[in-house]
Ligand binder design. Structure first.
Ligand SMILES: [Zn+2]
Length: 407
């Protein structure tokens, strides 16, 4: 009798397990089908950091995250169903002197060249794209798209004619400041606090010139005051290229509900960032060890073998404290939050891969179907998924173009 009960239990358990397995397979199939049809774009990719600094790194070749810690290359974009990404021309803030500004411009131009060179070297599979029309056409031709964004307006210096120069090289958004205040704007990260009380006069002029040209303004990293000022000044809707929700994870880099509502009211889009610290607050112990390692990996002169070792340490911390590491559920909690707050038209995805993106199970760009599967689990329709994965972003870029054409 006892044995029979046990067998019965076991059978019920096994059939549940197999139903769960089947439904997972079904979800993956459904997600893959969706990725075959829709156009997906991510608004913040730090691949150029590896392209510039990692000896021998070739973005046209497939890499292994467990080997070198890299998260983006063209073959992995292809296998993941990631159709286009905004590659970031990123510079950490340096000296705000004429010499410093000249150095920033030179470095930025070198990153533009590197991106153009990589696209040329892979021209059969990849194109530089600058408008939604180009991006959609490119996608229909079965090619990957690279958009260009700039993280930190430092390379503009005090000369706004640089904006046209960068625009002509393909630039379509600028994050006005990074972790420190600059000549354009206050940053949410500056330990000295605010300097301009939002934007500087030059910052306001820069926004006007960006509107005139059709470069989107990116409010990620900015101080709250600077954010509200951008909204007031900009004639086009704006984006947060990689920011999450402060109501869920209380850090200054994230956006409050009030900010998200104001952004949406002006037609903008917040793109959820996959950096662990912006998704879910870890315990202090873990936060400190992760931060210490990450500061070391970000050093410009780090040797590849040291970087590899540090990345392995980072992964070990994850396995030691799995409850502290965000999963795809945390990512979609942020998406749900924005949707509940302002509807489906104002949320997108900016994973910050190769810049600290850190979600368990989405180690690199080949794994992004996990996001789509979780959206399906929570009942999002294909139409809604299409908006989240790119259509919302493309709408803002179109509007930036329309504003430019009106000038
Ligand atoms: Zn950033």
């Amino acid at each position: 009798m006892k044995k029979n009960t046990l067998t019965a239990f076991l059978l019920v358990f096994l059939s549940f397990a197999s139903v769960a397995q089947k439904s997972e397979k079904y979800l993956l199939r459904k997600a893959s089908k969706i990725h075959q049809k829709i156009f997906t774009v991510d608004t913040h990719a730090d691949a150029p950091i590896n392209m510039m600094e990692m000896a021998g790194f070739d973005i046209g070749k497939k890499h292994d995250y467990t080997e070198d810690g890299t998260q983006i290359d063209f073959p992995r974009m292809k296998s993941g169903g990631m159709d286009a990404m905004f590659f970031a021309v990123y510079l950490a803030q340096g000296q705000r002197t004429p010499e410093g500004n000249a150095e920033a411009k030179e470095k930025a131009l070198a990153i533009f060249s590197k991106i153009h060179e990589a696209i040329r070297a892979n021209a059969e599979e990849v194109s530089l794209v600058k408008t939604p029309r180009e991006a959609y056409r490119n996608h229909r031709e079965g090619k990957l798209g690279v958009f260009i964004g700039m993280e930190n307006g430092w390379p503009i210096g005090r000369d706004l004619s640089n904006l046209k120069l960068y625009y002509d090289l393909g630039l379509r958004y600028i994050t006005l400041a990074h972790s420190y205040n600059n000549d354009l704007s206050d940053s949410s990260g500056d330990p000295e606090g605010e300097e301009h009380g939002g934007l500087s006069d030059l910052g306001r002029e820069a926004v006007a010139e960006m509107n005139r040209l059709g470069i989107m303004v990116d409010v990620s990293h900015l101080s709250d005051k600077a954010f509200y000022e951008v909204l007031k000044v900009s004639k086009s809707p704006v984006i947060a290229s990689h920011s999450s929700c402060r109501a869920i994870c209380d850090v200054k880099r994230n956006m409050t509900d009030g900010m998200i509502k104001a952004l949406a009211a002006k037609g903008g889009v917040i793109h959820i960032n996959f950096v662990a610290d912006f998704l879910k607050k870890p315990s202090n112990e873990v936060a400190i060890s992760i931060k210490t390692i990450r500061t070391q990996t970000m050093k410009a002169d780090i040797l590849p073998e040291d970087k590899k070792k540090l990345n392995q340490e980072l992964r070990q911390i994850k396995y030691k404290y799995p409850e502290d590491v965000p999963t795809v559920k945390d990512v979609v909690n942020h998406i749900d939050h924005v949707v509940a707050l302002v509807g489906i038209d104002h949320v997108g995805i900016g994973m910050d891969m190769d810049g600290g993106s850190d979600v368990l199970g989405i180690e690199d760009v080949s794994k992004i179907r996990e996001v789509t599967m979780e959206l399906l689990r929570r009942g999002y329709s294909k139409k809604a998924i299409k908006k989240i994965w790119g259509a919302n972003t493309m709408r803002v870029l179109s509007e930036a173009n329309m504003t430019a054409n009106r000038h």
